[in-house]
Design a protein around this ligand. Sequence first.
Ligand code: CIZ
Length: 333
Amino acid sequence: MSADTQSNVPAPIAPEAYPAGDPAEVREHQERIRALAAEKNALILAHNYQLPAVQDVAHFTGDSLGLSVQAQEAEQSRIVFCGVHFMAESAKILNPDKTVLLPSLAAGCSLADSITAESLVSWKERYPDHAVVTYVNSTASVKALSDICCTSANAVSVVRSLDSDKILFTPDRNLGAWVRRQVPEKDVVIYDGACPTHDNLRGANLDEVQGEYPEAIVIAHPECREDVLQLADEVCSTTGMFDAVRRHPEASTFLIATEWAHVDKLQKEFPEKTFVVADGCIGCRLHCPYMKMIGLEQVVRSLEEDIFEVTIRPEDQDGARASLERMLATPRD
Ligand code: CIZ
């Protein structure tokens, strides 16, 4: 987008303008983190939506499905999970003998908070014949009450894999509606939660940015609303977006409808292409404040002081683990 555009689309902010900090200080923190991780036998995992400086220092980055697998395969005795609380919980559920640390207690998830165990119990009473499929963006107590979990990378395959034709999908209504459109032969009842970051984007926002980049390929996350997904050439999880870019070798520009940190990551992976956040503005609508609660200082402190340890209620452990393990046995879409 040119700087002198008359458009209402906010001018994009260069990723390096987002509070990346003084480069010397960033390097110093990253070196300290590497030294502490080696000393404490810690594996550092970072989600695709984490600040770029945090992702740069992680042993592995990825989506929640990929990071769950890394957590399971970890040889280290402790895992520092740079993501949000439900992701660290999943790592702990799958690795009950390891110490799992979440560097900030403020790293919650409003989508996970949109459904409680009590509300799921009453939904199950209303739909007693339905198999419960729960998005991993949920608490351990909700997972424990579910038949199987899914991520955005395998939600369609999970629903297809079930014997039951009646599904109760929780808690993300946009992902649930996307799945229902892909699997029309099943009766999918959908809970009314949403990720505000993705749900904030409207087709009209994307349409305006598309006017600036008429040739661009649009890749959208299935947590976006249907009016956004209808404008997309590809709908996939963050990890699926790498392959989606490769499916369009002729394209030079991509509009990406997901959290901006992942757009930064795609840009680094494919430096010869141009990636634009679908609302035209890094850090505007497609910004997850919870994912940005963890900076390098929090990771240093977490390693130094062994905080904040994630624990699972004993009564949730087995049920939540069974739901996650069924999910892990299902391939990506
Ligand atoms: O499953 C995840 O990690 C989330 C929340 C998004 C994605 O597509 O990676």
